[in-house]
Design a protein. Structure first.
Length: 146
């Protein structure tokens, strides 16, 4: 009887310890101090900026690129252009997947870099002065690696 009482006391103590050490996951993490309110909009914008990052010195001429609204070669072409700059910004719809194919030319050789991006948005109630839609992950790395 005494051993049963000791086991019961130990079990209750362990159970109480486990309950008190659990994290409170009931309320979701809503706002962050890392939010830059410059990228937070009261109304969800129709278009947001996506930065395309190149290394143009890796090409003999400019970098040619094609942006697909979805998967490369299987989706509609959103835009095609060239760049002599290492970074350009284009307007895209938020929360939609885009795939970019960059073409670098070195002599007779054509080298393709493919990457995708999805400029994400999230609604926050208390991160900035007013509730707003935060825009993040707004870049697509298309640098040619050596």
């Amino acid at each position: 009887m005494k051993s049963t009482s000791i086991l019961l006391s130990i079990s209750i103590a362990i159970f109480a310890f486990i309950l008190s050490s659990c994290d409170d996951d009931i309320e979701p993490y809503e706002d962050s101090e890392s939010i830059d309110c410059e990228w937070c909009f009261e109304e969800l914008p129709e278009y947001v900026d996506l930065e395309l990052i190149f290394n143009t010195e890796a090409s003999d001429t400019c970098v040619f690129f094609t942006v697909y609204s979805g998967y490369a070669f299987a989706s509609d072409i959103y835009m095609t252009d060239t760049s002599t700059l290492n970074s350009i910004w284009i307007g895209v719809k938020p929360d939609q997947k885009y795939t970019v194919v960059a073409e670098y030319i070195r002599g007779e050789e054509k080298i393709h870099v493919i990457n995708d991006a999805k400029v994400k948005t999230e609604f926050y109630n208390y991160a900035c002065d007013e509730p707003c839609h935060y825009v993040y992950e707004a870049s697509c790395d298309l640098k040619l690696k050596y």
